[in-house]
Design a protein around this ligand. Structure first.
Ligand code: FAD
Length: 405
């Protein structure tokens, strides 16, 4: 059995960045990252991989290359959390003890919740930008489809990068428009939710693109079943009176965004809220029941947009508060709910949606945030990836500024 000052569960955007940030502040800390994957992924670029605007190889690096050299990598999956005895259990049944714990294993993509989906992903016109192996297939399909129906789906909230389902649609439509085939393709967006985007200021500008591409919006329409060989999808459509009708649609291609759930080991632990997410204070990111536990990233209960952009701000809050606690000081760092969703409305142009708790607009630049801009595309396609690998994952303070009281 091993013991560390700090144990970090998950080596994704949050786990690597927060470890690097902590070690920059206190290089004597003994930190272990528990992470089963051989690779670390830069998921925000998968939307651009799907449209053929970014090479897939650049979105993946060996995990060994991103784990800070002065941290210990325990290559295993966590199977149980025991915050009552400051321990985590691994899949091989060994136990690791900690002084402080950071829970950041992301969320789980629940592909199995859509009947038949796993049998046909990556073939028969069924794709998803939510998986490294599949994002290039989206581009392949966009090039192949010349007629018929193209379906794009969005599952119930919360999901990571809530704009990603419609981003896939806009970039596909833009390609078809430029190649003069859009008028032969029936484009449908099926959203389990009731609105196009959660922050009202962005809905109008997005609707302009929906009209431009002649996409048909279907709200309260949840994908429940796919049959690849017959290219058929089924949706449960909820009416205002609460009744549900099953609707069948044939497709040439379907871009699926899977339902997204907390991992069982978090859901079944004493750290979980009623929905299974890791319960923390919205501002300090500390567990109310177990003060030596913090959480950030997609698994955290905080009601922000689940994005790497949110992680960027949360990292400093957790690093500073965790160290304050170690030094018996007050927790002064506060997270304001910042998240960002670069909405790729056409090739070369992005509406850079940045907002905090309650949908409060938090633009980084002094420009109208609802306008599509070329500069925002350049930011996403070339600046942000470099900024991620060389700055955020290295725990560079200037990149992860936070608001403080
Ligand atoms: P992740 O980065 O997913 O990492 C979780 C890690 O935990 C993984 O390495 C995993 O292997 C590990 N893990 C899982 N289970 C266990 C276990 N049992 N034990 C130990 N470790 C475990 N964000 C933006 O900011 N902008 C965007 O434009 C954007 N677009 C996106 C587009 C797509 C298609 C997708 C899929 C995501 C997008 N995101 C975007 C969201 C962003 O990638 C996530 O919000 C971010 O990666 C969350 O970081 P995380 O560390 O919480 O989770």
């Amino acid at each position: 059995n091993q013991k560390f000052d700090v144990v970090v569960v998950g080596g994704g955007s949050a786990g690597i960045s927060v470890t690097a940030s902590l070690l920059k502040r206190d290089s004597d800390l003994r930190i272990a990252i528990i992470e089963p994957s051989n690779f670390h992924f830069y998921q925000p670029a998968w939307t651009l991989v799907g449209s053929g605007d970014y090479p897939i190889e650049k979105t993946r690096r060996p995990m060994a290359d991103v784990i800070p050299s002065n941290a210990t990598w325990i290559k295993a999956a966590v199977s149980k959390l025991h915050p009552d005895r400051n321990a985590v259990q691994l899949s091989d049944d060994s136990t690791v003890f900690y002084g402080q714990l950071i829970v950041c294993p992301g969320l789980r993509l629940a592909w199995e919740k859509i009947e038949g989906l796993q049998d046909t992903l990556g073939q028969n016109g069924v794709t998803s930008n939510y998986k490294f192996e599949l994002a290039p297939y989206t581009r392949e399909l966009i090039e192949k489809v010349r007629s018929g129906t193209a379906l794009f789906t969005q599952p119930p909230m919360p999901i990571k990068c809530a704009g990603a389902p419609q981003k896939a649609m806009y970039l596909s439509c833009d390609y078809w428009l430029r190649n003069k085939v859009l008028k032969s393709i029936n484009v449908e967006f099926h959203n389990a939710g009731a609105v196009l985007f959660g922050v009202k200021e962005f809905v109008g500008p997005l609707m302009e693109y929906v009209k431009k591409y002649n996409a048909k919006l279907n709200f309260s329409s949840t994908l429940v079943k796919v049959h690849g060989p017959s290219k058929t999808a089924w949706f449960d459509v909820k009416a205002e009176d609460g009744s549900v009708m099953r609707v069948e649609r044939k497709f040439s291609m379907i871009h699926v965004v899977p339902p997204q759930v907390p991992h069982d080991f978090v859901k079944e632990s004493p750290l979980a809220d009623a929905a299974g997410w890791c319960l923390v204070d919205n501002a300090t990111l500390q567990s109310p029941a177990f003060p030596n536990v913090f959480s950030l990233g997609d698994i955290a209960s905080t009601p922000n947009a689940k994005t790497a952009a949110a992680v960027r701000k949360q990292v400093v809050v957790v690093a500073k508060n965790l160290l304050a606690l170690r030094n018996h000081k007050q927790l002064l760092s506060k997270y304001d709910g910042y998240g960002s969703c670069p909405l790729t409305v056409q090739k070369g142009k992005i509406i850079l949606a940045e907002f905090g708790y309650g949908g409060k607009l938090l633009p980084t630049f002094p420009l109208d945030p609802t306008k599509p801009r070329k500069s925002a595309w350049a930011l996403k396609a070339s600046f942000l990836p470099r900024f991620y690998w060389a700055g955020m994952l290295k725990g560079k303070e200037w990149i992860t500024k936070c608001s403080e009281v």
